[in-house]
Design a protein. Structure first.
Length: 149
């Protein structure tokens, strides 16, 4: 199948870049008051949760329907669970008595780095090469409206 139509990999990589920028802004605020840090953290955490919900509700089912690897999805779901656990731990830390989050940030970065690389190098290119253009367009449209997922 030729790669015509909406390259979903480009759409989702762009969201990874957006989220990376939000996380970087949060990390750059390490010496700021906790209220400012929380204000910077919230858009990143909510955006990442939305990205994960979209992948689990729309991307992974489409990938599997097109003949994608069940072990790949299982691994992605395990990584999503770990990411969500770390987001929750960060949320608790930021609203608690101990707002220092460096250890959790490092753990999150390690999981995200490997997870995003796997998606961008394996999952997204496979979808772009094997899912028909009209299905990728539908997927991209759902991504744009993902607040409803």
């Amino acid at each position: 199948m030729t790669d015509v139509g909406v390259p979903i990999g480009r759409v989702l990589r762009s969201d990874h870049d957006r989220l990376d920028g939000l996380l970087e802004a949060y990390r750059d605020s390490a010496s700021s008051p906790s209220a400012i840090r929380t204000t910077l953290w919230t858009p990143f955490a909510n955006g990442l949760r939305s990205h994960i919900r979209f992948e689990e509700a729309a991307l992974f089912p489409m990938y599997l329907d097109a003949g994608g690897s069940e072990p790949m999805v299982s691994l992605m779901l395990d990584e999503h669970r770990r990411i969500l656990e770390l987001l929750e731990a960060m949320d608790r830390r930021l609203t608690g008595d101990r707002p220092e989050t460096g250890d959790l940030e490092e753990a999150l970065l390690n999981v995200l780095w490997a997870h995003d690389a796997r998606e961008e190098e394996q999952l997204y290119p496979w979808i772009d090469a094997n899912v028909p253009p009209e299905r990728r367009l539908e997927l991209a449209s759902r991504f744009d409206g993902r607040e409803n997922i």
